[in-house]
Design a protein around this ligand. Structure first.
Ligand code: NDP
Length: 328
């Protein structure tokens, strides 16, 4: 089988040369193990942290290690009770065409419920992050103003819609007119700001009367601008800082932290793996999808050999909604 490995630790922006496609032999599955064939693999911003030799919330990879990732796969051969050939499963596997894994590490995906690729997005890790990050850490109440950055991405697009369903006024910040149009016209955001062409601070001040919840996926200058408009007792959910993931120097933090004294705002990180059971998130989100209250989109890159390009595209904002790779 073919499998992608980390070829080098990127300096700044990763490039294709940091990835190496290798041929590996897959053994027959042993007791309790399952042979799976990858259908879709995930590319996620946090993988950038694992490519770095530094402390991060996900264990760093060594150069030469296989690229691990969320995968949706079909069972080819099973020695595990509860899974049989033809079942579709989701697990933390590799950028690999085939793999042998312990059956208990896989969760079965119901192909009748939704397209199976959604197990990597709206009904997977990003959806759970949006749900728990917003409801548990952001604690929005009806009438609150909720601002989300990275708003047209896998996590952000779900955050904004859950806030809207919860009766909040929602502002999304994203990097193109196509994305902002999707947010307001299809997803029901009240306002959307294109940070590439507009002054975020100015537009935000015009659009709303301060910010009660800020769900931050990006950090950097966008976050600096939003911090200046927090309301009293605002909650900032620090979910991601993608604008800093390729930085070669530690950036200066948000200015005007003295504003937190006036507002007594709370800034708190969220880590989705702190929530061991994602059932509640998937039931709620699945219900909203079925009721046509929550929409999602996927950007699909075709071809196993293009996985690195799909990953690199996250840092260029090439995806709308969840970026996946379809393996044929
Ligand atoms: P997205 O689908 O949002 O893809 C990344 C997006 O980030 C791009 O589409 C791009 O959109 C935007 N972006 C890239 N570079 C910049 C930049 N310099 N400034 C502003 N925006 C930028 O990814 P996910 O939804 O999977 O992840 C979103 C965030 O959530 C990430 O930071 C990720 O690390 C984090 N995360 C955290 C988890 C946790 O447990 N804490 C779990 C899952 C994700 P645009 O065109 O708008 O720039």
């Amino acid at each position: 089988t073919r499998r992608w490995h980390l070829a080098a630790r990127p300096e700044g922006e990763p490039t294709r040369d940091d990835f190496d496609l290798r041929e590996t032999t897959v053994e027959d599955p042993g007791p309790g193990e399952v042979l799976v064939k990858t259908l879709y693999l995930s590319v996620d911003p946090y993988m950038r942290g694992r490519m770095r030799d530094a402390e991060s919330y996900a264990e760093p990879w060594d150069v030469g290690d296989p690229m691990r990732a969320g995968v949706v796969a079909e069972v080819v051969e099973s020695n595990y009770d509860g899974l049989e050939a033809g079942d579709v499963v989701n697990g933390e596997l590799y950028w690999s065409e085939y793999a042998v894994v312990p059956g208990h590490t896989l969760r079965q995906v119901d192909a009748d419920l939704a397209p199976v690729s959604t197990a990597l997005g709206v009904l997977g890790m990003p959806g759970a992050t949006a749900y728990f990050g917003l409801t548990d850490v952001g604690e929005p109440t009806p009438g609150d103003t909720v601002v989300v950055s990275g708003a047209a991405g896998a996590v952000g697009s779900v955050v904004g819609q859950i806030a809207r369903i919860g009766g909040c006024e929602v502002v999304g910040i994203a990097g193109s007119d196509e994305k902002t149009a999707w947010l307001t016209e299809d997803l029901g955001f009240d306002h959307a700001i294109n940070y590439q062409t507009e002054n975020v601070g100015k537009r935000l001040r015009e659009a709303v009367d301060g910010v009660d919840v800020y769900f931050d996926n990006v950090g950097g200058p966008i976050t600096d601008a939003v911090f200046r408009q927090l309301n009293v007792r605002a909650r900032v959910v620090v979910c991601g800082q993608i604008s800093q993931y390729n930085a070669t120097e530690v950036p200066m933090g948000p200015r005007k932290l003295a504003g937190l004294i006036t507002t007594r705002a709370r800034v708190e990180g969220v880590l989705v793996r702190d929530y061991p059971d994602w059932t509640e998130a998937f039931e709620r989100i699945g219900g909203w999808i079925a009721a046509d209250e929550l929409h999602y989109r996927e950007s699909v890159v075709e071809g196993f050999e293009n996985a690195p390009d799909a990953f690199l595209g996250l840092f260029e904002g090439e995806n709308i909604g969840k970026q996946v790779v379809k393996v044929d």
